[in-house]
Design a protein. Structure first.
Length: 256
């Protein structure tokens, strides 16, 4: 009963987000046009916002900004697609848009039945992947393209980009522009080995929490911080090598 109530709350939250979008449909996917998503950061309790994280600034929320010629994919016309191909560009009413964002909750799957989505291809113009974009899907592998600069964090509910993807076994990073592996990003995945790309400075709280099959981690030399519970319950891990530049390791980062 509690699980059903939880799923209903998740569904209502997702529908409330999606319902605010005015979207167009191109080849089975829904898009917001002239929109580009980004993470916004705030200076502690002060109401000043920035699109870049600096010392003393913390992540606040994700937001779609008006940027001419950009498009954000916000979902599929199918309730439960088996595969998704996000293109580099789309053309709508004679105008071409670069597909640079995957919106938060875009393909999030919250149902009592299993997701059919096993295959996802992300286009080479995508720079931002929103929180919970593929949460709960059945994808088995994913490649993060070289264009990706940010992935979203749902700091209120903790839904990771690829959270609860229990069939996800392989993650390949092509990007070196990413600075953070965000909160709960791969929580509960079936990953057996992971190489965090150079350029990443922070692995945030719970990023790989519950990855019980993870046996190997390769950290980048650029790493500065491993957040609390980042690898909690990664019970198959037997050894790790922490880079010299990593000076902060959060509570219970490798507990269990």
């Amino acid at each position: 009963m509690k699980k059903r109530i939880f799923l209903i709350c998740l569904l209502l939250q997702t529908l409330s987000i999606i319902s605010t979008y005015a979207y167009v449909t191109v080849n089975g996917l829904k898009y917001e046009l002239d929109t580009k998503y980004t993470n916004l950061y705030r200076l502690n309790a002060v109401g000043y916002y920035s699109e870049e994280i600096n010392e003393g600034w913390i992540h606040d929320h994700e937001e779609g900004l008006y940027v001419d010629g950009h498009a954000a994919v916000i979902g599929s016309t199918s309730e439960n697609p088996s595969s998704i191909t996000i293109p580099k560009t789309i053309t709508y009413q004679g105008k071409t848009y670069n597909v640079t964002s995957i919106a938060p909750h875009a393909f999030m799957y919250i149902s009592m039945t299993k997701s059919n989505l096993t295959s996802v291809s992300i286009g080479s113009n995508v720079e931002f992947i929103g929180s919970a974009a593929f949460y709960g899907t059945s994808i088995q592998s994913i490649t993060i393209p070289a264009s990706v600069k940010e992935m979203g964090s749902d700091i209120k509910f903790g839904y990771g980009v690829f959270g609860n993807c229990s069939d996800l076994k392989k993650v390949t990073f092509k990007t070196t522009q990413l600075r953070h592996i965000p909160i709960s990003c791969f929580g509960g995945a079936a990953i057996t080995a992971i190489t965090i790309p150079e350029g990443v400075t922070h692995i945030d709280a719970g990023a790989f929490m519950g990855c019980t099959k993870l046996t190997q981690i390769n950290f980048p030399k650029t790493l500065h911080k491993i957040g609390a519970s980042a690898f909690q319950n990664a019970e198959a891990l037997t050894s790790i090598t922490i880079p010299e530049g990593c000076h902060i390791i959060g509570d219970q980062a490798f507990y269990g």
